[in-house]
Design a protein around this ligand. Structure first.
Ligand code: ACO
Length: 451
């Protein structure tokens, strides 16, 4: 390639990177445009090239420039993030650098929420203050109760949670001042503290039972159990084992980097509405069966298998492509989902209290057969977080419609941590993908009587 045909794409407008610095001579990609014969050198930073750098690749002056096409963002990083590290090949999940296994074993959900939001584990006094702040904001305005009362008796609780979260923005109109850090902080507290209240109210509505107000003597998960299950007793006393198992589930679901719902929060949030509206978008994404609904499919599958004797037939059917083994496989994890291992243990703890769910034995056997079978080994299919979580929720007496709601409670801290990171990121702008237009052009309007 001749020298005059080489173009170096400038890095001048790039912000500083996390230690990677400016690309050295070798950290570049040379591409040749065979339409023109020109070559371009594109910087590689942190293992990525910038899509915008390709805009300089043009056939002529009038050319818009080369775009990248990536439906479903299969290979496009949309942000820099220091919240969650995920290595699907090796089954690693870390929040702010702390392994999920250690957090699930030793931390509490609220401590993890603090970690996600602030980036560091709290000191004892910071944690006490954070817990206090969250606890004293658990109540919702009485009008929210009336608002929820307007839903049909059989309304899906996820639809109710979605609407109620969006409605919160009208109760806190000042929340749209998202450039004020103090304002962001109070809305953060409100979102994390009120989500269980809204979720429990949605559940009680479906049951036709009166709403239970938060009990500020109880910890986060214990209070949630109180709002869900308290009947006539004067004081609800949550079983500490169930309370802990629930806390662990919330920890495991707290964040998972740029998944569909988090991307929705970031994308909507990039237009700078208040955080309630952005988080409502996340709930809407999680409502979808491809995201928040797989554990329901696992339960249905286990019920259909019904007995351990039917497992070999079922597995053969999976291998023949007649059905999928639900709760197995993951777009990112090509190894045992670390959350699945922890949830399996939590399930045993819960069943100690509630009695063993016979579906667990089917699940355990199904897992051990699949993990030994070449079909699953070759395709790197391992249990994911949803393989056991539905069994726990069912043991807690939750209807399947509540499963994604439980997910949303835990994920709220991650959504808000990611939203805050986005708001504070000087590189971010309003989200606005490009398209490849495939439709008609410049057609003359035809009056209706001539069509
Ligand atoms: N059972 C049987 N075979 C499977 C399964 C499964 N659960 N998952 C993938 N495969 C097979 C596919 O048939 C394909 O085989 P082939 O190469 O012979 O055609 C191969 O494994 C690759 O599968 P893809 O569909 O390309 O993998 P992808 O990454 O697109 O899908 C997904 C990931 C959607 C999670 C998939 O594994 C699946 O459907 N799992 C069951 C549903 C589930 O548990 N979802 C929860 C995910 S976790 C979450 O969302 C919180």
């Amino acid at each position: 390639m001749s020298k005059e045909n080489e173009t170096t794409i400038s890095t001048a407008s790039r912000p500083e990177t996390n230690g990677a610095g400016a690309p050295s001579g070798e950290e570049t990609l040379t591409v040749t445009d065979n339409r023109t014969g020109r070559s371009y050198e594109v910087p590689i930073v942190d293992g990525t090239v910038r899509a915008l750098d390709f805009r300089a690749i043009r056939v002529d002056e009038d050319d818009f420039g080369l775009m990248t096409y990536d439906p479903a963002f299969m290979n496009t990083a949309a942000c820099r993030s220091s919240v969650t590290y995920l290595d699907g090949t090796n089954g690693v999940l870390e929040y702010r650098g702390y392994p999920i296994e250690q957090l699930a074993e030793r931390s509490s959900y609220l401590e993890v929420a603090y970690l996600l939001v602030h980036g560091e584990l709290p000191t004892a006094s910071q944690l006490a203050d954070w817990q206090h702040q969250i606890t004293i904001h658990t109540f919702v305005h009485e009008n929210i109760k009336e608002f929820l009362g307007g839903f049909r008796h059989d309304a899906h609780p996820m639809g109710m949670l979605l609407s109620a979260t969006g409605a919160l923005s009208t109760f806190y109109p000042e929340a749209d001042d998202i450039d004020d850090p103090e304002n962001r902080h109070i809305q953060t507290i409100r979102l994390i503290s009120k989500m269980p209240t809204l979720a429990a109210f949605a559940y009680r509505h479906a049951q036709g039972q009166p709403y239970v107000y938060p009990d500020n003597d109880l910890a986060y998960s214990g209070n949630f159990l109180n709002m869900m299950y308290k009947m006539t007793e004067l004081k609800y006393e949550p079983d500490p084992r169930l309370e802990r198992a629930l806390d662990v589930l919330f920890i495991l679901h707290a964040d998972h980097e740029q998944n569909c719902s988090t991307s929705a929060v970031r994308s909507v949030g990039s237009a700078k509405p208040d955080p309630y509206s952005a988080v409502a978008a996340g709930i809407a994404a999680l409502y979808g069966p491809l995201h928040g609904g797989a554990n329901e499919a696992v339960l249905r599958m286990l019920r259909r298998i019904k007995h351990r004797d039917n497992i070999p037939d079922f597995v053969n059917g999976v291998k023949e492509g007649k059905q999928r083994l639900m709760g197995f496989g993951h777009r990112v994890y090509k190894n045992y989902d670390p959350r699945a291992r922890i949830i399996k243990k939590a399930a045993e703890d819960v069943f100690e209290v509630t009695g063993r769910n016979p579906l667990l034995d089917i699940a355990l056997e199904l897992e051990s057969i699949a993990l030994e079978d070449d079909y699953f080994i070759e395709r790197k299919l391992y249990p994911n977080v949803d393989f056991y979580s539905g069994l726990i929720y069912e043991a807690l007496g939750l209807p399947v419609a509540m499963f994604p709601v439980m997910f949303a409670i835990g994920r709220t801290s991650g959504w808000i941590a990611q939203w805050r990171e986005m708001v504070e990121d000087p590189e971010q702008k309003i989200s606005r993908p490009r398209q490849i237009y495939t439709g008609e052009r410049a057609r003359d309007y035809i009056p209706i009587d001539q069509r």
